[in-house]
Ligand binder design. Structure first.
Ligand SMILES: [Fe+2]
Length: 339
């Protein structure tokens, strides 16, 4: 049994040397930024006090925020870890337990935050398809605008040892595997993990841990927008503002989302997504090949495969599997964690 079961991701925390520049980007991205206590916060329209924080400092990723259901859960977690249950001195208040994961990432588990009422969402326009034409004598007229971020949905962390990190996060927070990604049969490089909400729907992934070569860091954080039109209007807006596109638009395989990735002025990648999969705790984990991670169902291919001499997918998987196997050979099994 895990120590607690987290309900969702809460926020991502960064440091950046220029809060004004970050603020301008977040506005273009469709978040609602505001400054308080020397920090830059940004919220979506779901009523949560903030989903993105920037502190002044050298540009880097600082922490992943997760949301516990109750302050009592936080007290259990704090006791288990032997750390303090602290007051949250930030918008929305509440309590926080601050941990450090096996790779040194800060993990801030929050509960008891005061939320505003969620903003009203526009009604979905009826969509005409070959099968059904519910929109009759009515036009589609969309105004150019940034996307409208509703909420934060997931984060992707690069880890040194997937099995070690998976054990750490599952034991404390009750994450369930939706899709485990293999570089070769029996050689996992990561997993898309969702919150255990019992029979209530949960996003296909709230956390993706990926053992990939190169420096550690946050690979991206993802934010849900209203719908496909909103995502595409947001794409046009970011393009018009000459922001740096990273990958998209396309539809993923694992999670099925329609995605669009952009870089902030400090190199952090943020994703807009819409129309993702939802599962309950009853849905069993699946295994997927690495090729499905970078492939799309439609849309822009991954940047790695768009160069003049793109590496064959099979070769990339082979090298990844080799690297993980070599690491396994030399790795010491962490104490008290399952293999
Ligand atoms: Fe994502």
């Amino acid at each position: 049994m895990p120590v607690i079961k987290v309900d969702d991701i809460a926020h991502v925390r960064f440091a950046a040397p220029d809060l004004a520049s970050m603020r301008a980007f977040l506005e273009d991205f469709g978040l609602n930024p505001f400054e308080q206590g020397g920090r830059l916060y940004a919220r979506g329209s779901d009523g949560r006090p903030f989903v993105h924080v920037t502190e002044p400092g050298e540009a880097r990723f600082l922490a992943l925020g997760l949301r516990a259901e109750t302050v009592e859960d936080l007290a259990l977690l704090a006791a288990h870890e032997g750390v303090a249950l602290e007051d949250m001195d930030e918008p929305g208040g509440g309590k926080v337990v601050r941990l450090v994961d096996p790779d040194g990432y800060g993990v801030e588990v929050v509960a008891g935050q005061v939320c505003e009422p969620a903003g009203r969402l526009p009604a979905d326009l009826p969509t005409n398809t070959a099968a059904a034409k519910p929109r009759f004598r009515a036009t589609v007229r969309l105004e150019p605008a940034p996307a409208h971020v509703r909420r934060i949905g997931h984060a992707v962390l690069k880890v040194r040892d997937f099995r070690r990190s998976e054990a750490w996060y599952k034991a404390r927070f009750g994450f369930l595997t939706s899709d485990e990604v293999e570089a070769a049969e029996g050689v996992p490089l990561g997993a898309f993990m969702r919150c255990d909400r019992g029979d209530k729907p949960a996003d296909h992934h709230t956390l993706f841990l990926a053992q990939l070569p190169g420096e550690l860091g946050l690979l991206h954080a993802a934010f849900e927008v209203i719908n496909l039109d909103d995502l595409m209007l947001g794409h046009q807006h970011l393009k018009a503002k000459k922001r740096e596109a990273a990958w998209g638009v396309g539809r993923h395989i694992m999670g099925s989302q329609i995605f669009d990735y952009w870089k902030d002025p400090f190199g952090n990648e943020l994703e807009h997504w819409t129309d993702g999969d939802l599962f309950t705790a009853a849905d069993p984990p699946q295994k997927q090949p690495m090729s499905a991670l970078l492939a799309v169902q439609w849309g822009s291919p991954h940047p790695m495969s768009t160069g003049r001499f793109p590496p064959p997918a099979g070769l990339v998987s082979f090298i990844m599997a080799l690297q993980i196997r070599i690491r396994r050979l030399f790795a010491r099994k962490p104490k008290g964690t399952p293999a």
